[in-house]
Design a protein around this ligand. Structure first.
Ligand code: ATP
Ligand code: MG
Length: 586
């Protein structure tokens, strides 16, 4: 399976896995060809062909973003590196917000990142909702063993009784009701006989625990809601904290890797699995949870709620707007899977929260594209340059390397002629100090063509320069013996006006102007960058085929990609993925 990684650095997760493997902690672990409870493993289990099992467990309630990429790279990467298998599991236990649209988009993007979930002839693609039946059996078994009860308090009452960090909780009046009564009520809950919120199933652990998560957490709640896969089969749904350990155990996960905010849940994770193993529902070895710090980046927000708000309020043009930190957005912007994997590798694995500078993401893209992107020329803010001593109607070929780092890539050809487009900024009526490009009397090289001397310019009635004039020095063509006969300090890019391809070019910048748009009590919407998109009509090197997804370095300008949705060869729409240099970090 799977994409090559940069050389992985040691981290606490790798150390953990290595010591687990050395100690043969999973020796004797069974696998029954798919998720299995203890009974099925007993009858059908074979030695597990996977040395470790990890999982990426998205909830299908939104599009994946750059933070998810970290979890994907980590889980799939560890499985790949240690002879294991990584499962893609949809944690679809929350019916209201989930949808098949998100399932499809997530599958698509995990594949795009270069990972897959096939191993040993099996597709390891799973849905938590497929385990609802087994989870329910676990709930009944816990009640029968005295480990759970149905509580008829309202959510507010339960909260009031839960206590605080310094004060123990109080027992619910229903805590010691007979198991048979709880069982009957749970069945009624399941059968849809009670309204939302009227009762809930709770674990019976310890209302005096210093860990609030162990003060009889809720396991099941009533939700009369349609589920995108199970329809109206269920009117109760398991809580994430109950469902997740069971999902891991059924799938034989060895290392259940999650983000730091779940650290306080680990005692419950272990408690629940230990009880279910004692009750004969789950087989050992049981999974173990490990926590690492989220990957946070400056200048973005990744909360699904906030991303959804940007989309709903049309602050951006959909989930795949090229300014969004979603993977669909980054792909459309021109990000490569390799660049994203590189960032995830470089960001390391840590136990303490931090925020990476956004420029690291941009640098990863430059580092990925520099050796492989073909070079082309484009002019984004065009002004006409007329070579007054070059014959009208004549043209000649110039050649340039497709990729200066790769001699095998060969050369490209494009015509030189009398009228060219150059960047407006490459001409000044009066040159400031250290300005070496075109100004009256100065000579510069037109890259891959001739040295020219600026002879004048034309202005319109409003005083704007509309045309620059120059004469070329015929012996100075690049690649000919005379090329070095004249020394110049400036080297500018150009395209032949009669041959260039017109294109709509979208110059993107960061979506937020503030490095921490949602920190403290800031409203992230107040910090949108008003200049995050600028659309220009520019000119591209002739011969360019702007098929969706094609990526180039436009010399001197940055990396650009033909828009996946909008670009056609006849009507190119080009996104700037990243500039050549970082202009934000000072
Ligand atoms: P939200 O809280 O905004 O809904 P989430 O993180 O809960 O997002 P999930 O679909 O549950 O979204 O995430 C799937 C997996 O991705 C989880 O294991 C989660 O820990 C991990 N993940 C999400 N964001 C990050 C991040 N920034 N860095 C690393 N892992 C992340
Ligand atoms: Mg989540």
């Amino acid at each position: 399976m799977n994409a090559p990684a940069a050389v992985p650095a040691a981290n606490f997760l790798r150390n953990q896995i290595e010591s687990d493997l050395d100690a043969q902690r999973f020796a004797g672990k069974q696998w029954a060809g798919g998720p299995a409870d203890a009974a099925r493993l007993q009858s059908e289990g074979q030695p597990d062909p996977a040395r470790i099992r990890t999982r990426f467990p998205p909830e299908p309630n939104g599009y994946l973003h750059i933070g998810h990429a970290k979890s994907i790279c980590l889980n799939f990467g560890l499985a790949r590196d240690y002879g294991g298998v990584c499962h893609l599991r949809f944690d679809d236990t929350n019916p209201e917000k989930e949808d098949q649209e998100y399932v499809d988009a997530i599958i698509d993007m995990v594949r795009w990142l270069g990972f897959d979930w096939q191993a040993n002839g099996t597709e390891h693609l799973y849905f938590a909702s497929d385990y609802f039946g087994f989870m329910y059996e676990c709930a009944e078994a816990l009640i029968e063993a005295g480990h759970a009860y149905v509580d008829e308090q309202s959510a507010d009452e339960m909260r009031a009784m839960r206590g605080t960090l310094t004060e123990r909780g109080k027992d619910s009046p229903w805590r010691n009701r007979p198991a048979a009564e709880s069982l009957a009520l749970l069945r009624e809950m399941r059968d849809g006989k009670h309204p939302n919120g009227s009762m809930a199933l709770r674990a019976r652990i310890d209302m005096g625990s210093p860990n609030i998560n162990l003060r009889d957490p809720v396991l099941y709640r009533i939700r009369h809601a349609e589920h995108h896969r199970t329809g109206s089969a269920w009117s109760i749904y398991p809580m994430y904290t109950f469902a997740h350990p069971i999902e891991d155990a059924l799938e034989g996960i060895t290392h259940s890797i999650c983000t730091l905010e779940f650290e306080d849940q680990r005692p419950f994770y272990d408690w629940l699995l230990a009880r279910l193993a004692e009750l004969g529902k789950l087989a050992k070895p049981l999974p173990h949870q490990y926590e690492f710090a989220r990957m946070n980046l400056s200048y973005i927000v990744t909360s699904k709620r906030k991303l959804l708000q940007l989309v709903r309020e049309e602050r951006v043009d959909g989930w795949d707007d090229p300014r969004m930190p979603t993977l669909v957005g980054l792909r459309r912007r021109g990000y490569t899977p390799e660049a994203i994997r590189l960032l995830c590798e470089r960001s390391g694995v840590s136990k303490s929260d931090s925020r990476l500078d956004y420029s690291l993401l941009e640098q990863a893209l430059r580092d990925d594209l520099d050796p492989k992107a073909e070079r082309r020329v484009a002019v984004l803010d065009p002004i006409k340059l007329v070579i007054t001593n070059y014959p009208e109607g004549q043209s000649e070929a110039c050649t340039a390397p497709r990729n200066p780092h790769d001699a095998d890539a060969g050369v490209r050809e494009f015509p030189f002629s009398r009228e060219l487009w150059i960047e407006r900024d490459d001409f000044r009526e009066e040159a400031p100090k250290k300005y070496f490009r075109l100004f009256p009397g100065n000579t510069v090289r037109l890259k891959y063509a001739y040295v020219v001397r600026c002879t004048g310019f034309v202005k319109d009635d409003a005083g704007n320069v509309t045309e620059v004039h120059a004469e070329y020095l015929p012996d100075t063509k690049s690649g000919t013996p005379g090329a070095d006969s004249v020394k110049v300090k400036g080297n500018i890019t150009w395209v032949s006006a009669a041959h260039a391809v017109s294109a709509e070019i979208r110059l993107y910048d960061r979506l937020f102007a503030d490095a921490h748009p949602d920190s403290g009590d800031k409203d992230f919407l107040d910090h949108l960058n008003p200049d995050s998109i600028q659309t220009v009509q520019g000119w591209l090197e002739p011969g360019i085929q702007a098929k969706p997804g094609m990526t180039w370095q436009f010399e001197r300008l940055g990396y650009f990609t033909a828009d996946l949705k909008l670009s056609t060869v006849d009507k190119p729409v080009i996104n700037r993925a990243v500039t050549l240099r970082d202009s934000w970090t000072k």
